[in-house]
Design a protein around this ligand. Structure first.
Ligand SMILES: [Zn+2]
Length: 150
């Protein structure tokens, strides 16, 4: 994100639209346009590490929290989940009718739900780095995707 926000007001506006953690997202769930949960040295997968005692994935990457957060993010256009070790995706994802970009690279996904076609605004889908993934080819063929990166 380059030099767009020079004025203080502008910068605040931009900040509220891009969330880089689940806590950020929950601060303004309905106005966030991009949620980027990208593990790096400052944020090593902790956001998606399960803390739910009732979940079989406790301590591992999990979609418990993400599922709840996405339910509230009605304006989300871009969801970046690269490199989080995810094995599945939350069902709440399929309700994001404004989502245009979905980046799932470098996870451990084994399947992509045919419900992907419910994302009627989706233009860019990135899936490379999920070596065992099985794709719903009929659903994907019915979509107007500009890019599917495998
Ligand atoms: Zn969990």
């Amino acid at each position: 994100m380059g030099s767009a926000g020079i004025g203080g007001t502008l910068r605040r506006g931009v900040a509220s639209r891009v969330a880089r953690s689940i806590a950020d997202a929950l601060a303004h769930p309905k106005s966030v346009k991009q949620l980027a949960l990208l593990p790096d040295s400052n944020n090593p997968r902790l956001d998606l590490q399960c803390r739910n005692m009732l979940c079989e994935k406790i301590g591992k990457p999990c979609i418990c929290r993400l599922a709840t957060v996405l339910q509230q993010m009605t304006s989300l256009r871009s969801l970046l989940l690269t490199g989080n070790g995810l094995e599945d995706l939350p069902d709440t994802l399929w309700a994001l009718r404004e989502l245009e970009v979905l980046d799932l690279r470098d996870n451990q996904l084994t399947m992509l739900s045919p419900r992907i076609s419910e994302l009627e605004s989706l233009k860019i889908l990135k899936l490379s780095g999920n070596p065992r993934i099985v794709l719903p080819s009929e659903s994907l063929a019915s979509m107007r995707l500009v890019t599917v990166m495998m």
